[in-house]
Write a protein that binds this ligand. Sequence first.
Ligand SMILES: *[C@@H]1O[C@H](CO)[C@@H](O)[C@H](O)[C@H]1NC(C)=O
Ligand SMILES: *[C@@H]1O[C@H](CO)[C@@H](O)[C@H](O)[C@H]1NC(C)=O
Ligand SMILES: *[C@@H]1O[C@H](CO)[C@@H](O)[C@H](O)[C@H]1NC(C)=O
Ligand SMILES: *[C@@H]1O[C@H](CO)[C@@H](O)[C@H](O)[C@H]1NC(C)=O
Ligand SMILES: *[C@@H]1O[C@H](CO)[C@@H](O)[C@H](O)[C@H]1NC(C)=O
Ligand SMILES: *[C@@H]1O[C@H](CO)[C@@H](O)[C@H](O)[C@H]1NC(C)=O
Ligand SMILES: *[C@@H]1O[C@H](CO)[C@@H](O)[C@H](O)[C@H]1NC(C)=O
Ligand SMILES: *[C@@H]1O[C@H](CO)[C@@H](O)[C@H](O)[C@H]1NC(C)=O
Ligand SMILES: *[C@@H]1O[C@H](CO)[C@@H](O)[C@H](O)[C@H]1NC(C)=O
Ligand SMILES: *[C@@H]1O[C@H](CO)[C@@H](O)[C@H](O)[C@H]1NC(C)=O
Ligand SMILES: *[C@@H]1O[C@H](CO)[C@@H](O)[C@H](O)[C@H]1NC(C)=O
Length: 401
Amino acid sequence: MKSSILFPLISILSTIVNADTTLGSSGKIQFSGVGYDFSYQPISKINNGNKNCYCELSDNEEWVSGTNTPFNEYLAVHVRGPTKLSKFAYYISSNFTIGNSSTSTSWNRSAFFDNTEDFPTMENITFLGHQGDDSSCLGKALTYIGQDGRTPQKTNTAPGKYMQDVSNVEYIIYSNVSCPKSSVNGGCGVYRSGIPAFYGFGGVTKMFLFEFSMPTDSSNDTGISYFNAPNIWLGSDSQPRVLSQPGFQSNCSCIFQGCGEFQVFSANATKMNSSMLTLQGLNGNTSLDIQSMYTNMDGYGSFDRPINTTVTGGVVFDSSGNVVSFLSSDIAFDEQLTSSSVNAILADIPELGTTKQLKAGIQTAPTTTSSSNSALPLSSKVNNWMYIFTIATTLLHNIMW
Ligand SMILES: *[C@@H]1O[C@H](CO)[C@@H](O)[C@H](O)[C@H]1NC(C)=O
Ligand SMILES: *[C@@H]1O[C@H](CO)[C@@H](O)[C@H](O)[C@H]1NC(C)=O
Ligand SMILES: *[C@@H]1O[C@H](CO)[C@@H](O)[C@H](O)[C@H]1NC(C)=O
Ligand SMILES: *[C@@H]1O[C@H](CO)[C@@H](O)[C@H](O)[C@H]1NC(C)=O
Ligand SMILES: *[C@@H]1O[C@H](CO)[C@@H](O)[C@H](O)[C@H]1NC(C)=O
Ligand SMILES: *[C@@H]1O[C@H](CO)[C@@H](O)[C@H](O)[C@H]1NC(C)=O
Ligand SMILES: *[C@@H]1O[C@H](CO)[C@@H](O)[C@H](O)[C@H]1NC(C)=O
Ligand SMILES: *[C@@H]1O[C@H](CO)[C@@H](O)[C@H](O)[C@H]1NC(C)=O
Ligand SMILES: *[C@@H]1O[C@H](CO)[C@@H](O)[C@H](O)[C@H]1NC(C)=O
Ligand SMILES: *[C@@H]1O[C@H](CO)[C@@H](O)[C@H](O)[C@H]1NC(C)=O
Ligand SMILES: *[C@@H]1O[C@H](CO)[C@@H](O)[C@H](O)[C@H]1NC(C)=O
């Protein structure tokens, strides 16, 4: 008797409690079929002159292929205010598939930032920002930045606890592994001279976790770019080493050749989207490609922006081309996490929309290396450039840097 009366009461109460406490704190957005083959021409020289500022490309095409391409490359983590980042971690696994717990591999934490104590913890972390020398085609160069996220510094400094209530201040998180010297065949490619240069975070199967809030910008500075539009996103680690904005010198920007970007938490005043910028599935038909590009972009569903609360969440790139961004209060920033615990947490999180399945790629990397790299027919190359330039101008208005 009692229980039958209590049950509906409890369920009503718990619904109310849930609606309050889980506001913006649980949900996931999923993509599948991520990864394709594509080729690009790496930058061979940066001509950073005042009057004549441009990048030269190498004649040698390089192919990238496999699961999660282009996100299997080294990624840098961008954080734009108003965001208060209290924790960040990067994990790697040798074999993890969402929804499949048949492997017993662990997730190992390989970088960690914790800003919740008196002294910040920084393991394998470097904070940089575009606050250095200005250039007409490349924008400002990378430098170390201070606690406010924008004053140039001589050494690696953690952002202050309460920084970034301000819109449009952006810093970039790298590992602490230094790049070899700038060279087309070097591990970090060709980059701008005089910058602190570090690797981003590598691996096919990787996970990034964040503890953060995105308070409303209370200034009335609505005229500035990206006013009250905070964002946490991942992009090729090479791009920021070359330029700060895509500009019109498209050859300086790998994004127009396919290096990609994943916006984990891209917010407007109330909500956050996850979206994937990739040229996967594009075939050189410009009008179709622009459409495909946009359909690739936004995952289905959106999170509540954590305006007045601190949330935990992140993104998993698994070993089977699935990518999931999520918010969950159950995930901990432990040194090691088991496959099964991560899978259990992910399984418990409600999916906010249906999974976005990406179209397959249309090229196939040559099976033998280097010598067959010129295999791509010229017409296709010309098309490539044509659509890249068209997309470039369209993108400039939409992309969140
Ligand atoms: C970009 O690079 C291509 C290939 O090297 C070259 O043909 C083109 O002129 C370059 N464009 C610019 C704007 O520098
Ligand atoms: C994670 O660490 C364990 C040892 O603690 C090691 O056996 C395993 O290979 C590591 N995994 C990766 C992907 O590095
Ligand atoms: C899990 O992975 C194993 C090994 O790759 C495979 O045999 C099995 O079918 C998968 N299970 C599910 C539920 O996908
Ligand atoms: C991942 O684990 C599954 C199940 O144990 C195994 O079948 C598969 O070969 C593994 N894949 C890799 C890349 O190690
Ligand atoms: C990079 O970070 C790791 C982990 O905290 C640390 O062991 C290592 O000494 C650091 N390396 C450099 C060059 O600072
Ligand atoms: C630091 O991150 C880099 C970048 O991916 C990784 O290769 C390296 O193993 C990490 N270092 C440590 C000490 O975990
Ligand atoms: C913004 O404008 C409102 C209304 O005019 C004012 O009350 C508030 O103090 C202003 N905020 C700041 C930070 O200047
Ligand atoms: C913010 O994003 C949400 C979710 O995508 C959307 O429904 C809403 O219209 C957006 N708000 C504004 C002001 O653009
Ligand atoms: C999310 O994507 C939708 C559809 O593209 C867009 O209308 C909305 O403004 C986006 N919301 C945010 C928070 O960026
Ligand atoms: C590109 O796609 C459109 C729409 O399907 C089609 O009408 C057009 O013929 C295509 N162009 C080329 C060059 O294939
Ligand atoms: C956040 O807190 C402010 C100040 O207390 C309040 O005005 C606002 O309505 C809150 N916003 C949300 C989304 O809870």
